[in-house]
Each structure stands twice: as structure tokens, then as C-alpha cells.
Design a protein around this ligand. Structure first.
Ligand code: FES
Length: 139
């Protein structure tokens, strides 16, 4: 499982969420109220609003647009709506936060199909902080 460093714990001293583009996909790192960190897709399953501009309460993030809530530990929508956000593995080493390059669900597929790590190393340059909202749809 390939981990990449994305942030410092201190980046979350005054915020609870931060978004990144990883391999072209929006991924959010979230700090729950108990101080635990979680990483998962940042685009809401409803209309793709950026969840990292929402609100974290307990172990849930609320979408800023229509208030769907997602469990940070499982990615499940707490309103029972279809679609679960894909989670990334996350580990802490000292002050550094690392997440898996691929969602956990893909890790199993990659393992099954024997995809190599060299491709992942080349793709690490595709990681950057996201700038601005992920999508600006209104309605
Ligand atoms: S876009 Fe997230 S609830 Fe509608």
C-alpha cells in the first residue's frame, strides 16, 4: 500500500478539513472532533459539492449545499442515500500526515491485478493542494 505525505498535523490547528487533488481526483483530509484524522473523496455524492467547505461535527461531515452528512470513518451517507464515499488509508508519523495514493477499495483491485508501484511513483507528481471549490454548480 503506497502512502504519500500530504500535510502536517499543525495544518489542522485552525481548520478541520483540507482538500487535495490526487491523480486528478478531489480527496479531503478531515479532523474529527475527537482529534482523529480521516481521508476520503471530497466530492459529495449528490451534486459534487466540495465537502471540505462543509462542517465537521463529531465523526461526520455535512455537505455545504443540501446538508447530506457522511460518516468520516466509513464514507457512508448518514441520510441513507445511495453511494458511499471512497476512503483513503491514513497514517500519522510524528507531525506528518500520509494517505494512500489510491482509495482503499482500489487497493484490493490493484493487488488482485498485480499493478506495480513504479507507476505510482511516477504519478506522485500529480498531487497538489486543491484550489477553490471543486465544482461551482448552483441549484
Ligand atoms: S451537493 Fe451535497 S447534499 Fe447536495
Amino acid at each position: 500500500m503506497k502512502f504519500i505525505r500530504v500535510a502536517n498535523k499543525s495544518d489542522f490547528d485552525s481548520r478541520r478539513m483540507k482538500s487535495f487533488r490526487i491523480l486528478g481526483r478531489p480527496v479531503g483530509v478531515f479532523k474529527a472532533e475527537d482529534g482523529s484524522f480521516h481521508a476520503m473523496e471530497a466530492g459529495c455524492k449528490h451534486q459534487h459539492a466540495d465537502l471540505t467547505t462543509g462542517e465537521v461535527r463529531g465523526h461526520a461531515v455535512t455537505c455545504p449545499r443540501h446538508q447530506w452528512r457522511y460518516d468520516l470513518r466509513s464514507g457512508e451517507c448518514l441520510q441513507g442515500q445511495p453511494g458511499t464515499l471512497r476512503r483513503h488509508g491514513l497514517k500519522l508519523e510524528g507531525e506528518d500526515i500520509y494517505i494512500t495514493l489510491h482509495p482503499l477499495e482500489e487497493q484490493q483491485e490493484r493487488h488482485e491485478f498485480n499493478l506495480d508501484d513504479e507507476m505510482d511513483q511516477e504519478r506522485q507528481q500529480d498531487i497538489s493542494p486543491a484550489h477553490g471549490p471543486l465544482r461551482q454548480d448552483h441549484g
